[in-house]
Design a protein around this ligand. Structure first.
Ligand code: GLT
Ligand code: MN
Ligand code: MN
Length: 379
């Protein structure tokens, strides 16, 4: 019996575009055949996944007629039902079609912005019909190469107008749906707007209905820029804004690799799982554990299913390691908060002129405090 084998209780999900990724890249053609979404759902269920996510066009081809759409969606719902799988999240493809080549919501052309809204409203309807509670926005073409093409302040205003419009649409329909914004610093555009989770967190606070909007950080996207993913996620959690997460692996400075979870930088992966699971005592993340990754281009479909199970098992192994780490008395001693009967109440009381006078009167042994070794190198 494999104690790390994934089960539905782990709430692992994959995008149709991940296990269905045919391995195409800018330099080479597809290496794997296009997969039927229904087949992908059945195989994911067999592997121990709980959920499947999709872009509108992962399921319904661009330009399909209404009757074709209804047939495809009906069959997909039956497959979900049979396999006991759910659709926790859905999203819109606002990056593949040539109309979006210079942005969707931030385009200079109102026809493009209007089409982006039309397409997203249709895709939101589809996601809700399939049961999605989270709607992800990755602005894959919201950025520039010829940066003088628009005032970046104007781009922010248009991005905000788009989000406000769609929040109002969801509220008007009475949908039980939250938005999660996904940042990426570059690729496929030279420079993308709202490049990091931190940029997104501020932008969200400027929206009309900020309470229904959070973030969907992705390991690869923060790591590409050399940032600490764990710190970005922690900031989002602390703000109550971690609505969804994209787990994968990435080497710093590369293109968006979307590698198998834990296959690079295991220490960051460990710290991330520790944070999400709250093993050090913080409040855990309770949303889906979503893998936005794909198998190496060297693999056939057998390799893809090895990859999918590998993402989930690695998460479960790291969760067990994180629990053991935080239960270790030596770790607990090294990471314990230092208490001080005089300073703790003074710091907790916050500023007033009396408190500041009292704080200033405390004598702190600076040299002794600075000289203390913290023991983090202990082995
Ligand atoms: C695309 C992108 C991902 C996003 C997907 C959702 S689309 O695959 O690379 O990071 O999460 O829009
Ligand atoms: Mn992603
Ligand atoms: Mn990515």
């Amino acid at each position: 019996m494999d104690s790390f084998a994934p089960t539905k209780d782990d709430r692992f999900s994959f995008g149709l575009w991940t296990v269905g990724n045919p391995g195409r890249d800018p330099f080479g053609e597809a290496v794997r055949p296009v997969q039927d979404p229904n087949h992908l759902v059945r195989k994911l269920a067999e592997c121990g996944a709980w959920g499947v996510n999709l872009h509108d066009n992962d399921l319904v081809p661009f330009g399909a007629s209404a009757s074709e759409r209804d047939r495809i969606v009906g069959e997909f719902k039956a497959t979900l039902e049979d396999s006991g799988m759910v659709v926790p999240m859905a999203t819109t493809n606002l990056f593949s079609h040539p109309i979006f080549k210079d942005g969707g919501f931030t385009s200079n052309d109102p026809k493009v912005r209007a089409f982006g809204l039309q397409k997203t409203m249709d895709a939101i309807d589809l996601g809700v019909e399939l049961g999605a509670k989270i709607y992800v926005f990755w602005g894959g073409r919201e950025g520039t190469e010829a940066d003088a093409c628009r005032d970046p302040q104007e781009a922010m205003k248009r991005y905000r107008d788009g989000m406000n419009y769609l929040c109002s649409y969801v509220k008007d329909q009475g949908y039980d749906l939250k938005f999660a914004l996904e940042a990426k610093p570059n690729e496929p555009r030279c420079d993308m707007y709202l490049a990091t989770t931190g940029h997104m967190l501020h932008f969200i606070e400027t929206l009309d209905h900020s309470e229904m909007v959070g973030v969907n950080p992705e390991v690869a996207h923060e790591t590409m820029a050399g940032l600490s993913f764990t710190h970005g996620v922690a900031q989002a959690m602390e703000a109550g804004k971690l609505f969804h997460i994209d787990l994968n692996a990435q080497r710093i400075g590369r293109y968006d690799q979307d590698l198998r979870f834990g296959s690079e930088d295991l220490k960051q992966a460990f710290l991330l799982v520790r944070l999400l699971e709250g093993t050090s005592g913080s409040t855990p993340y309770d949303g889906p554990r979503h893998f936005d990754a794909h198998a190496y281009r060297t693999e056939d479909m057998d390799g893809v299913w090895e990859f999918a199970v590998g993402c989930m098992r690695t998460y479960n192994i790291l969760r067990a390691r994180a629990r053991a780490f935080d239960a270790d008395p030596e770790v607990r001693a090294l990471t314990a908060t230092i208490t001080d009967d005089t300073l703790d109440p003074l710091l907790a009381a916050g500023y007033s002129s009396d408190n500041a006078a009292a704080l200033r009167a405390v004598s702190i042994d600076v040299d002794a405090t600075a000289a203390r070794g913290l023991g983090y190198e202990i082995s």
